[in-house]
Design a protein around this ligand. Structure first.
Ligand code: SAM
Length: 281
């Protein structure tokens, strides 16, 4: 039984990092005219209201996207990100009122020759997602397990693809399943760009998953992580990151610039940032 709803967390500090880097990966894909596929294994509802009871209950977006909202001279990845979120808020006179999830963000980037495959298992969020894309022929919305869906979707016909794996990690087995699925998917589609989002709640649990990937023999693995506080045994997420396989050229540079800016803005005094090639060429 799934209970996680991204509406409580939309636009938080983890989304800022995840979505700003996702946009940069898409922009890099667009440097060639050849089509690509975007595969979202855990898509969520598509887009979120920030005025509804979910967002208002936690107020997490106030500690995330809202802190960047009227900043000028942002590093380029964050400027692109804020511009994207602003696009969705244009109809609200520029007031931060709605927040695009990964499917909505990709939707505005997708060119006519590209397509996306979105998986969501939660009944309510699947329905919202399906309605969001009801008239969109480029988007295929699947109600089903995203990890199984990923294996079924690769290699894509286009031979170019971006895969976001963004689980809610509600089950203990998720960590291992995610790593094993990525390794399997990479065997079938070694040139795809895989973005795995991960939380740090218990550091050992997260690192066990990442170590499986690191020791898999897969090349080009980049860690991009922001800690808002030090690792702790208390309950709660202290850091969040993206583990990127086959990142585009200069993603490390863009990520470092973004995190240097975000660290004092979103992180606490004992926060941290890390941009590290865990496996090279
Ligand atoms: N990717 C979204 C974004 O960036 O806007 C957020 C996704 S949210 C972190 C994770 C989603 O995965 C939740 O909506 C949850 O219902 C869904 N989910 C959990 N287990 C799943 C599974 N096995 N397959 C597909 N979706 C799943």
């Amino acid at each position: 039984m799934l209970s996680y709803r991204h509406g409580y967390h939309a636009g938080n500090y983890a989304d800022v990092l995840k979505h700003s880097m996702l946009i940069q990966v898409l922009k890099a894909m667009q440097k060639k005219d050849k089509p690509y596929v975007y595969i979202d294994t855990h898509a969520g509802a598509g887009a979120y209201s920030l005025t509804d009871e979910f967002a208002q209950k936690t107020g997490e977006y106030l500690e995330g996207v809202a802190k960047l909202w009227d900043h000028a001279n942002l590093p380029s990845a964050l400027a692109d990100y804020v511009e994207t979120v602003q696009h969705f808020n244009a109809e609200f006179d520029g007031e931060l009122t709605v927040y695009p999830g990964s499917p909505a963000i990709v939707d505005v980037e997708l060119r006519p020759q590209d397509r996306m495959v979105l998986h969501e298992l939660h009944g309510t969020d699947h329905e919202l997602l399906e309605n969001y894309f009801i008239e969109d022929k480029q988007a295929k919305v699947i109600k089903g397990d995203g990890l199984q869906g990923l294996i079924a979707a690769v290699p894509p016909l286009e031979r170019r693809g971006v895969i976001l794996i963004d689980p809610s990690y509600e089950m203990k087995t998720d960590y291992q399943d995610v790593a094993e699925t990525i390794i399997k998917a990479h065997k079938r589609f070694a040139t795809g760009t895989f973005l795995l989002w991960y939380p740090v709640v218990k550091r050992e649990q997260t690192e066990a998953m990442l170590t499986l990937l690191k020791n898999s023999g897969i090349k080009k693995q980049l860690r991009i992580e922001q800690g808002i506080s030090a690792d702790s045994d208390e309950f709660g997420m202290t850091a969040a990151g993206l583990w990127v396989i086959n990142p585009p050229w200069q993603m490390d540079v863009l990520a470092k610039e973004a995190l240097d800016y975000l660290a004092p803005l979103l992180g606490g005094a004992d926060g941290s940032i890390s941009v590290k090639w865990e496996v090279g060429e």
